[in-house]
Design a protein around this ligand. Structure first.
Ligand code: GDP
Ligand code: MG
Length: 256
């Protein structure tokens, strides 16, 4: 794929917004994305009938917005996979994944799109810069995850794997994403590790992230941490199997 060239005019960007219990906040996010000329794919991840109605209305009001509806709540990962599949089917070349609750600094979007245009075949992802609002337990969990990701990739190429703000080159990412069975919060981690194993180059840039005190977080302290631990167990085993390939590729690259 790298031998091909992609002209900026051939790149078609969209944004994928997984939505669960953030229907109201997602309007502002969708409007901000559309104002930057991005097509928007909202994924209704099994919200209530009232929530679904709100999302339908947003899709009608905001230009170039498509609503993907999942009948039952499947988890953030399941919602992003649905969105990626839709984006690929619609012919987009790149998809920006962003949270519906507006916790990512939306002013950073032009910077990330520009970086993706500069690196059309690579992944451009965010690493979070928190203000004081981040819950301590989440910050701690992130550090542990980042340690394990370094082990799983045998590298320090992924400084953060939990921030759900990134631009995916779909031609490379969709074949990997569609096979992932980690449907909740472990998805963001697993996709980056698998893309690293597949040889995708990654660029990370900081983004401001806030956790508003009255905001809704769906992160389940027990369930999601269990899933994340299981994800790391699987990925560590995956690394052991792939370690000759990972190290061999690195050696070969250095020699070239
Ligand atoms: N946690 C969670 N988030 C979901 C789900 N389905 C979609 N999402 C969306 O995934 C994004 C991240 O979830 P959020 O609750 O903000 O988690 P946090 O930012 O890690 O505290 C938001 O846009 C949610 O609306 C789900 O089943 N669980
Ligand atoms: Mg959030």
């Amino acid at each position: 794929m790298r031998e091909h060239t992609m002209k900026p005019e051939d790149m078609k960007f969209c944004a994928i917004v997984p939505v669960y219990r953030h229907e109201k906040a997602s309007r502002n996010v969708a409007e901000t994305l559309a104002a930057q000329n991005l097509a928007v794919i909202l994924v209704d991840d099994g919200n209530t009938p009232e929530g679904h109605e709100i999302l339908e209305q947003i899709a009608k009001d905001v230009p170039n917005t498509t609503l993907v509806t999942r009948e039952k709540n499947g988890g953030k990962g399941a919602a992003v996979i649905s969105g990626l599949g839709k984006a690929y089917e619609m012919g987009f070349t790149h998809a920006l994944q962003v949270d519906a609750d507006g916790q990512h600094d939306m002013d950073a979007i032009p910077f990330f799109l520009k970086a993706a245009k500069k690196h059309p075949f690579d992944l451009v992802a965010a690493m979070p810069q928190y203000d004081g609002s981040v819950p301590k337990a989440r910050e701690q969990g992130r550090k542990i995850t980042n340690f394990w990701v370094a082990v799983e990739t045998l590298s320090k190429t992924i400084p953060d794997s939990m921030c759900g703000f990134r631009v995916y080159p779909l031609q490379f990412v969709w074949p990997v994403a569609k096979k992932i069975r980690t449907y909740r919060m472990g998805f963001d981690i697993e996709i980056l590790v698998r893309l690293s194993w597949a040889g995708l180059k990654m660029y990370f840039y900081p983004i401001k992230v806030k956790y508003p005190e009255d905001g809704v977080s769906n992160f389940r302290a027990f369930g999601d941490n269990v899933e994340i631990s299981w994800t790391h167990t699987k990925l560590c085993l995956g690394m052991l199997i792939r370690s000759p390939m990972i190290l061999g590729r690195r050696l070969f690259k250095k020699k070239k």
